[in-house]
Design a protein around this ligand. Structure first.
Ligand code: IPT
Length: 991
């Protein structure tokens, strides 16, 4: 065959020769062979290599071997190119439908055997479940066809090309094609045959496709079957043994809806499935049916008559080593983890997942928004000119994608909404896709966020709406226009249920304000919750120059254009470790609410339909975090949406310790996703007796001194602390800087932001402008009394006249060393501050400080707008575990509301620090880390931090909130930290 530029790469058409219509991904008993495994592989830099490799007799001895499924850029240690990460940008010139000649092209070959007994098969079908982005197929040298639609299934009839015995299949995969313009999702570009390849024998008299549409209404189930089979294949039998259903349809015309009694409904909470078979004499198909009815009534989205609240996540398919290659065991663990964290919904952003994922969602119980493989986001840069969503030339491509999406997965009870795609502007092709779905499936609504005005979709959906805007959408009281809507369109949108298909951008340390959104969902029934962006980081496991493993993000593979660490925005780190945000989410959306009132507690079941029979309730009382009593709490059964009162136990209140009552709701029995005893909801009640805070002892007889002295366990030279309890310690030094979080580094959009922000400028830039990361000190005075030392420092930054006066008073109070720091900013500071704290350095002595025990909020880090997962108690952690390994190092580890802290070295207690609240009752927090904020801020990856044995203790009078500004609202004003005077009081003693 002549060498030529492949004609296919610029074809807008979705391919040629694949079987249509698409059909369900079914579990059939007909013979099939997996063609997964080792294939021969050759990578070429362009699409123009000769096609002779497809010939029957071609000798591929010199080729490499590659596993299928896989992405070639993740195989061969970089020998086959490297991944590219972009969010919105196209990593090639925007020249639709053309792509560059530099178009990595992978040729694949393998032999396979067709058994002799397949000769009675009516047809032999070759199925590809996922190939990125365009591929052509040959069998025994015969060209079979081509297809695009990377995350969609494509089947080819290869009957006339195969023979009994040995066969050769050859596949050519182009990384770039016209299809790349409609697959511009925010993720790594990962070419290759990355899902299963299967050869299927289709029998005469088999079932081509089946759709069991189920319904549920007040204890009655219904099944409406659609059977695609030749008339000669009949009779067709439907069996649901557990329900006593055995129904035979003699001929196609007999297929009619059935009513089924004694049915338990399917819900995400109680995912009741019934095994079913649909069979002919030649083929039997196994399905698991769940009975549920999805409807929109007014502005409410209901399943089985009850309103659904989506506590969801956006789920991409991503794995640090396999990319988008599906691993069922890992996916099951991931979904079980979601359930453990009270997540009840998944949006399959932004394409259909591996089909088995939906079997798992049916089984474990999730409300699924199943999204089509469509995103044309890069056209935004061209003001959407030429957008495939609105160009008739692309209509068939768009329709082909949505048909393949719906047809493949239509049997799943977990799927309650179809979504047309993501960030593809708007246009006639999207409207046509929606019309097709409406005609095909009347049982599920259609979602697409980009249909702002609600012309062709059923749900009002938005992403990253701020809290006030969400409230405006939820409340009936306002007539103001919605985003991009005329008043009439706004009114139309207000008649629909609302959901946030993306919100709370979980990039790095953040987001804040989960609880503010949840409060709105509780208040306004039209608001149906949403889907956090996103479930997990997409880091790719790589090796640093020093040999350390790390999780790579955009730019780490020297991509020409990339979007940095915007791909690391999950509530789970790349290595499956839940971040504090996931714990926060779990606490905010907990399905049981406790409201204390005197000696009683009101228990409200916030679930969709499940009662509390699967839960047991426990209480415990702690004195300063030490358990003193516990027991079971008798709570009457609470139906979904109802409340019940229960009596609280008698709590023994300690006179000289804090007394806290904690209630947990836990699983009474193991489930498929968590063991018995797994806690799903918690509440705490402070029962402490009021205790006075020791007043500050006035001292009058200050006189100048040289500041070299000892006070209890503290030794000072020149007014500066040098030792505590015999070990080197320096400080306190004013610390106003935190290693900026991703949200801190994100420019303000100037909309609805606090007065302190500057449009287009990040908080971190303002902090650096003001020199918060490079403060210097001038000692103004040193004074003592008989048992006290006082220093006054003026702290400011180069080329700035702004300053902070810091007065530190060391004294002996009640026989203990007390440090009081008075922090007072000058006038003129314009921005929010990241923190107001003091830092101590504990350099490596013979035994470095390597851990902490504390009584305060824990166990994980908390910030002013992300406090709900914190509970008051006693906790301990190593210095390493006090920090979260965010993919890009940043502020981490702040523990709020500290009462008492013990620094440890191994099992030795080194220093005790007791924290006194300020006159307004506010308590500081602490951070203990191996690195200073300045060091952390300089590192782009954890491996760049270097080893250290010095520990840095920062006691913060206050910290700034987290917000969600990387993609969404800034820190809510109430949680923003403004320059202000603060006092920190500590009592320090030897361990
Ligand atoms: C939004 C995208 O839909 C999502 O895929 C992801 O990229 C997210 O942003 C950010 O991580 S689009 C955004 C421009 C609002």
């Amino acid at each position: 065959m002549p060498s030529q530029l492949s004609p296919h790469v610029s074809d807008i058409a979705p391919g040629r020769g694949a079987l249509r219509p698409a059909r369900s991904w079914l579990h059939s008993d007909t013979p099939s062979r997996s063609l997964n495994g080792a294939w021969r592989f050759r990578l070429s830099p362009t699409a123009s290599v000769t096609e002779d490799f497809a010939a029957d007799g071609f000798v591929d001895d010199g080729w490499d071997s590659i596993p299928v499924p896989s992405h070639w850029v993740l195989e061969g240690d970089g020998a086959y190119g490297r991944p590219i990460y972009t969010n919105i940008q196209f990593p090639f010139p925007i020249d639709p439908p053309h792509v560059p000649d530099e178009n990595p092209t992978g040729d694949y070959r393998r032999h396979f055997d067709v058994p002799a007994d397949w000769s009675d098969a009516e047809r032999v079908v070759l199925r590809f479940d996922g190939v990125e982005s365009l591929f052509r197929v040959w069998v025994n040298g015969v060209e079979i066809g081509s297809a695009s639609g990377s995350r969609l299934a494509h089947e080819f009839d290869v009957t006339s090309a195969v023979r009994t015995g040995d066969n050769v299949v050859a596949v050519r995969v182009h990384q770039w094609s016209a299809a790349s313009y409609v697959e511009d999702q925010d993720q790594w570009w990962l070419p290759g045959i990355f899902r299963d390849v299967t050869l299927i024998a289709r029998p005469a008299g088999g079932i081509e496709d089946v759709w069991l549409r189920t319904g549920f209404d007040h204890g009655r189930g219904s099944v409406e079957a659609e059977i695609t089979a030749d008339a000669a294949a009949f009779p067709v039998t439907l069996c649901i043994p557990e329900l006593g259903v055995e129904h035979v349809w003699a001929a196609p015309a007999d297929v009619a809806p059935l009513d089924v009694t004694g049915v338990e409904p399917w819900s995400a909470e109680r995912p009741r499935l019934y095994d079913a078979t649909v069979s002919t004499a030649a083929e039997s198909i196994a399905l698991r049916v769940g009975f549920r009815t999805v409807e929109i009534r007014g502005d409410q989205f209901l399943v089985n008559g009850s309103r659904v609240v989506f506590h969801g996540v956006n789920r991409h398919e991503t794995h640090p080593e396999r990319g988008r290659v599906f691993d069922e065991e890992h996916a099951r663990e991931d979904l079980a983890r979601m359930k453990q964290f009270n997540i009840n919904a998944i949006r399959t952003s932004h394409y259909p997942p591996h089909p088995r994922l939906l079997d798992l969602a049916d089984e474990l119980g999730f409300w699924v928004v199943l999204e089509c493989d469509l995103e044309t986001h890069g056209f935004e840069k061209l003001d959407w000119v030429g957008n495939p969503s609105d160009d008739p030339a692309w209509r068939e491509t768009c329709l082909d994608r949505i048909r393949r999406t719906v047809e493949r997965d239509k049997n799943h009870p977990s799927i309650v909404i179809w979504s047309l795609g993501n960030e593809s502007g708007t246009g006639g092709n999207l409207a046509a896709m929606s019309a097709w779905v409406h005609a095909r499936d009347t049982g599920r609504p259609v979602h697409y966020e980009g249909d702002y005005t609600g012309e062709y979709t059923d749900i009002y959906s938005r992403m990253y709406a701020s809290v006030p805007e969400t409230e405006q959408i939820g409340s009936d009281g306002t007539r103001s226009a919605l985003l991009n809507c005329t008043p009439a369109q706004s009114a139309r949108q207000r008649t629909k249920p609302f959901l946030l298909c993306e919100y709370a951008h979980a990039m790095g340390n953040g987001p804040g304000a989960f609880d503010q959104y949840e409060a709105l969902v509780r208040q306004y029934p039209r608001l149906h919750g949403g889907f956090v962006w996103e479930w997990r980081d997409h880091g790719i496991l790589a090796t640093a120059p020093d040999g350390k493993p790390y999780y790579a993000y955009g730019g780490d593979f020297e991509e020409v254009v990339h979007d940095g660490n915007f791909v690391m925005d999950g509530m789970l780190l790349s290595n499956d470790v839940p971040t504090p945000s996931l714990h926060e989410f779990k606490a905010v959306v907990q399905p049981v609410e406790f409201v204390f009132d005197g000696e009683k507690v009101a228990v409200t079941n916030l679930r969709h339909s499940a009662d509390t029979s699967d839960l047991r309730f426990r209480w415990r009382v702690e004195h300063d975090g030490i358990p003193v009593a516990s027991g079971d709490l008798e709570i009457p059964l609470v139906a979904a949406g109802e409340s019940q009162w229960a009596s609280l136990p008698q709590v023994a209140v300690a006179p000289d310790a804090e007394t806290w009552l904690t209630i947990d709701a836990a699983l009474a029995a193991p489930t498929s996703w968590a063991p018995e005893g797994h806690v799903i909801a918690t509440a705490q009640l402070d029962c402490s007796a009021r205790r006075p805070v020791p007043a500050v002892r006035p001292q009058a007889d200050w006189r100048p001194g040289d500041g070299t002295l000892s006070l209890g366990i503290a030794e000072f030279t020149g007014g500066s602390l040098v030792r505590l309890a015999g070990r080197p310690v320096t400080g306190p030094r004013l610390e106003l800087f935190r290693a900026p979080t991703d949200n801190d580094e994100s420019p303000s959009d100037g909309v609805e932001e606090s007065d302190d922000s500057v449009a287009g400028v990040s908080s971190a830039d303002l902090w650096r402008r003001d020199g918060l990361d490079r403060l210097t000190t001038r000692r103004v005075s040193v004074e003592h009394t008989a048992d006290a030392l006082r220093t006054l420092d003026k702290v400011s930054a180069a080329n700035s006249a702004l300053c902070v006066m810091v007065e530190s008073i060391w004294s002996i109070e009640d026989g203990e060393l007390e440090l009081r720091v008075e922090i007072e900013p000058s006038r003129g500071w314009q921005t929010v501050w990241p923190r107001i704290g003091v830092r101590f350095e504990l350099p490596d002595g013979t035994a470095p400080v390597d851990g902490a025990q504390w009584f305060g909020l824990g166990p994980l880090e908390t910030y002013p707008d992300s406090l709900r997962a914190g509970r008051t108690g006693r906790f301990s952690a190593t210095v390493h575990d006090l920090s979260v390994d965010y993919a890009r190092p940043q502020e981490t580890g702040h523990r709020s509301e500290l009462r008492r802290l013990t620094l440890t070295s191994g099992s030795t207690e080194v220093l005790h620090v007791e924290v006194l609240p300020d006159t307004r009752g506010r308590r500081p927090g602490f951070t203990l880390s191996r690195h200073t904020p300045q060091q952390i801020a300089r590192a782009a990856h954890p491996f760049e931090l270097g080893d250290s044995t010095t520990s840095h203790l920062i006691v913060d009078a206050a910290q700034h909130g987290l917000g969600s500004r990387t993609c969404g609202p800034d820190v809510w004003p109430e949680f923003a930290l403004r320059p202000e005077s603060r006092t920190i009081r500590l009592r320090i003693s030897e361990g």
